[in-house]
Design a protein around this ligand. Structure first.
Ligand SMILES: Nc1ncnc2c1ncn2[C@@H]1O[C@H](COP(=O)(O)OP(=O)(O)OP(=O)(O)O)[C@@H](O)[C@H]1O
Length: 302
């Protein structure tokens, strides 16, 4: 089946026909690059308000899935539906990235993409301004509407930078911040667009152990305090297993398992997929399994 993709399908609003508890749903998503199938008939069901992690060995299709959800890639087959909290359904398949963002999905990237010559505050303000109605002409002319929009985006950027713990670094140049701070800034910038779903692509990559713990808390706070659903791609198993409500596992573009962190950790197909992958991933999974075994041994001996 080939899905007909119009130039702006995200604008097509339909009545909610599916499960309103699902904020994002894909069915049968298949993405090919020539002879390579990077997503093979993938069904994803993300509940409103949950933290859902997508894991899998290198090349499993995780970023391809994010790119398909956010309009960077257009899968040849399948459906991608977003259900905003105010009702209705939006088809995201083939939609442009900026329209997907306007609908309520924001993302960060595996390779940090900030305006590195601008300050932290400027980076977040630019994102906040995309949510405000003042156009470039009224901004240039300094019209009252534009001044109000500027004030609102300034306030919002200050609030979010405080939220991610960067209130002391507002005026620092983004490119000069530590790696962990740049990751937090990217998250603040994504939040500035007021998303209902935040997609984080390997947010712990390159961070140190302290930054990883801070990131874990930040993800929980985004979920609890801001009520944002979080879709997380992450290789750091400890972070995934501690923060995710549910985990979906991809391997060679196919979904091979889905469930709570403990269900997924013990799933034979997951263990096999990881043990056949990079030494680092395999070691992390073996470590987690060993830890879990010793915890359950301790429990049973008590
Ligand atoms: N633009 C593209 N053109 C050709 N092949 C691509 C493209 N994007 C992804 N692929 C291929 O699709 C497959 C899945 O890649 P993807 O980046 O989605 O995996 P991943 O699970 O995110 O991997 P990693 O953990 O290493 O980031 C890989 O074989 C990759 O080479």
């Amino acid at each position: 089946m080939t899905t007909d993709v119009t130039s702006d399908p995200a604008e097509a609003v339909g009545p909610a026909s599916g499960d309103a508890e699902l904020v994002l749903e894909t069915s049968g998503v298949t993405l090919r690059f020539g002879g390579l199938t990077s997503l093979d008939n993938v069904d994803l069901k993300m509940r409103r308000g949950e933290i859902l992690a997508v894991i899998g060995p290198n090349g499993a299709g995780k970023t391809s899935l994010f790119n398909s959800l956010t309009g960077v890639y257009t899968p040849q087959e399948g459906k991608i539906v977003f259900r905003p909290k105010d009702g209705g359904e939006k088809n995201l398949l083939g939609s442009k990235p900026h329209l997907v963002n306007r609908l309520g999905l924001a993302r960060t990237f595996q390779n940090i993409r900030l305006f590195s010559a601008l300050t932290a505050l400027e980076n977040v303000k630019i994102a906040a301004e995309t949510r405000l109605k003042a156009g470039p002409v009224s901004i240039m002319l300094g019209l009252p509407k534009a001044r109000k929009a500027e004030k609102l985006s300034d306030e919002r950027a200050h609030r979010l930078l405080k939220f991610v713990g960067l209130e002391d670094k507002l005026n620092e140049i983004a490119g000069s911040l530590s790696y962990g701070d740049q990751r937090s800034l990217e998250i603040a910038r994504a939040l500035a667009t007021d998303p209902q779903v935040l997609l984080l692509d390997e947010p712990a990559a390159g961070t140190n152990p302290t930054e990883k713990l801070e990131l874990e808390q930040l993800i929980r706070r985004i979920n609890d305090e801001l009520g944002v659903s979080v879709l997380l791609i992450e290789h750091d198993m400890r972070l995934v297993m501690s923060v995710a409500d549910r985990v979906m596992v991809l391997n060679f573009g196919k979904k091979i398992a889905e469930g709570t962190p403990s269900e997924v950790q013990q799933h034979p197909a997951v263990i096999e997929a990881y043990l056949g992958s990079s030494a680092e991933d395999a070691e992390a999974v073996q470590h987690i399994i060993a830890e879990q075994r010793s915890a359950s041994d301790e429990e049973s001996s008590e």
